[in-house]
Design a protein around this ligand. Sequence first.
Ligand code: BTN
Length: 284
Amino acid sequence: MDGASLLDIEVLRRLLDTQYFAIDDRLLYQPVVDSTNVLAMQLAHQRPDEGVVVLTDSQTTGKGRLGRHWVDVSGCNVLLSILLRPLFPPPLLLMISSLTVVDAIAETCGVSATIKWPNDILVENRKVAGILIETSHDQTGRMVAILGIGINVNGRVQELAEQAQASLMTTATTLEAVCGHMVSRETLIAHLLHRIEMDYLALQHEYMSSSPISKEQYMPISRLMRERWRSRLSTLGRAIQVQQGNALVSGFAEDVDDNGELLLRRHSGELVSITWGDVGYPTG
Ligand code: BTN
């Protein structure tokens, strides 16, 4: 495939600007794996730490949202999972991760992406990245969250479509297709990990600290993150249709609540809260 290569882990280690994430034995690379999320979840039950990053060049059974398969073109994409043990609610993790992906893409190649609720990353209305968060509990009862990120970086959409279904030709894109040149996956991963670590640690700190003074004096970082995520959603203020299995719910995307749920004003005037589904924009 055009632009395919193995990740250069030594280059990545040199680029990494994290304190903890992916440092030393917290970086695990396998050229091919079934799913980085599955491997990271196995590790979560074998070791007590967090910030472990599992990286690959190709997945044989990559997992997408809503039980779908996540396809990749070997050596062209970012496919990674981070083992986390958040003290804060998972919707906040979803918010910081989609913001991170948008910001890291802009920082790496100057491409401006938006978020389609809940966490599809779009460029020019086509999906360029997806996020899958899976949670569980370890032996001590502490929450484990596996944050899986897939970004279509190099190669042409045609190659992705050949691996899956033809419809990807019109619904997906790659960063290379958008910016017209190859993008360094190592640089993108380094930017991604740096940003996610900063936001994650800030939230952990907020939820760890019980000082009433800090909570009264400053806007909590969680609120700031919610606001930033809300402002990046391309879904709000539009007529939308949400596909939930065989059911289609339509209306106007009015807002999101603190849990990240989508508040949809139905044509009847009723306000409903949407927790899952695929958002589409009706044409005509
Ligand atoms: C989506 O459907 O939008 C979410 C896609 C998430 C894909 C990533 S790729 C790395 C990680 N491992 C997986 O099996 N899935 C996630």
